[in-house]
Ligand binder design. Structure first.
Ligand code: UGA
Length: 425
């Protein structure tokens, strides 16, 4: 079993650390935030992530998982060093690598000879080389091992991945990193670092493209009178297309797809290739926010500024408390511009929200519907499906539902007298 330092305790770092400890390795997780380290040591998990608390508690109890302040403190006794620091979007669309460079510079002087530094953060093509040059250590290998972890199911994705990708110039370093995953059943693919980094961006950009395509098909379905739910079901039976990632919605978001799709377009531009296809994928997504907001405003009828909208769901998808680049927020910002009052409910969010300063955030889904002219569903939280819609109807001023996730049971709602408006049907 190996001794692994994990630098950065965001959802990627924390999941990586907790899962490696679960697989039997000795893991030291580092963060620069002293208060965060103190609460992690006490077993407090700062994010909503299924099973993460259980895995962290198990790791602490078995002594396999510990937390320290500072990258160098974690790295000084380890043979593997996972860089899991943020790479936010910079002003020009390219990823900002300052956290990565700082972490690399901090660990460089303390790395034991023969250790392997692993980039798990999503980094632009060529960053493995950049980390090596920042560190300036000939006795240490730098390897790329991109993450494919979805928020909300990150633990499961780590332990049951579709593949493990390792990008290394040195065969022995690749074999050593592959060994860390020996208890995980998945194909391990070894390639060069630049190809591994490209696999990460290409995968996210492909999935984002799939969603923009499906949202465009939903819009077409509305124009021609088809039902997108049936259309994607019929498409998904074709194994070459697959059933996953075909749910239309208010647009896609989160901390990864928007940032990585913009970054890949910029990487291509800098390398002399104009990836206009990706620009269109991003444009279709922006238009989807606009279209969904327009649907809500149209449902309000005349004089929207005198009316109340109830909003269910604020996070960028169900199963997380992450609001970054949330389609729900994007849509409601556009709706708010029409002057309506907004009362919103999300199972894991309490207000106020900087991006929706005038919205009232309530702690009960029914309270959100009080006096509302329109109810809009923007995040696919399963609990919304099981609410008492007679009670909802009784609360509302008029019973129109814009279901931007096609989550609710249309027939049931129509039977109760609701005017139901989904996406692409
Ligand atoms: C995404 C990728 O799925 C992960 O493989 C990747 O590791 C991660 O980014 C990352 O780069 O770190 P995540 O951002 O957690 O994961 O979210 P997804 O589950 O991919 O959803 C992204 C957006 O697409 C959400 O707004 C979601 O609601 C939307 N979506 C997803 C749909 O509208 N329809 C679908 O069928 C699926």
């Amino acid at each position: 079993m190996a001794r692994i330092a994990v630098i950065g305790t965001g959802y990627v770092g924390l999941t990586t650390g907790a899962c490696f400890a679960h697989l039997g390795h000795d893991v030291v997780c580092a963060d620069i935030d002293e208060a965060k380290v103190a609460s992690l040591r006490a077993g407090e998990i700062p994010i909503v992530e299924r099973n993460l608390d259980r895995f962290v508690h198990e790791g602490i109890a078995s002594g396999k998982l510990s937390f320290v302040v500072g990258a160098a403190e974690a790295s000084k006794d380890c043979e593997f060093h996972y860089l899991c620091v943020p790479t936010p979007q910079g002003a020009d669309g390219a990823a900002d690598l300052s956290f990565l460079e700082t972490a690399a510079a901090q660990i460089a002087p303390v790395l034991p000879t023969g250790s392997v530094v692993v980039n798990k953060s999503t980094v632009p093509v060529g960053s493995t080389g950049l980390v090596a040059s920042v560190m300036g250590r000939n006795d240490v290998e730098v390897v790329s091992n991109p993450e494919f972890l979805r928020e909300g199911s990150a633990i499961d994705d780590f332990l049951n991945p579709d593949r493990v990708v390792i990008g290394a110039r040195d065969q022995e370093a690749a074999i050593r990193v592959a060994g860390l995953y020996s208890r995980v059943r998945a194909p391990v693919m070894v390639t060069d670092p630049i190809s591994a980094e490209t696999i990460k961006y290409a995968s996210n950009a492909f999935l984002a493209s799939k969603l923009s395509f499906v949202n465009a098909i939903a819009n077409l379905c509305e124009a021609v009178g088809a039902d997108v739910n049936d259309v994607v079901l019929g498409m998904g039976y074709d194994k070459r297309i697959g059933k996953e990632f075909l749910r239309p919605g208010p647009g896609w978001g989160g901390s990864c797809f928007p940032k990585d799709t913009i970054a890949l377009a910029k990487i291509a531009e800098d390398a002399g290739y104009e990836f206009s296809f990706l620009r269109e994928v991003l444009k279709v997504n922006d238009e989807q926010f606009d279209r969904t907001a327009a649907k809500v405003i149209a449902a309000l009828g005349d004089d929207p500024s005198s009316k109340q909208v109830a909003c269910w769901g604020l996070t960028f998808k169900a199963g997380t408390d992450d609001l970054r680049q949330s389609p729900a927020i994007e849509v409601m910002k556009r709706v708010a511009a029409s002057g309506v009052s907004i009362r919103a409910y999300d199972p894991v969010i309490s207000g106020p929200l900087a991006d929706l300063p005038d919205a009232e955030i309530v702690s009960d889904p029914y309270a959100a519907t009080d006096g509302a002219a329109v109810l809009v569903v923007l995040t696919e939280w399963d609990e919304f499906r099981w609410l008492d819609f007679d009670k909802v109807a009784g609360n509302m001023a008029s019973t129109t539902v814009v279901d931007a996730r096609n989550l609710l049971d249309r027939t049931q709602l129509e039977r109760r007298g609701f005017d139901y408006r989904g996406i692409g049907r």
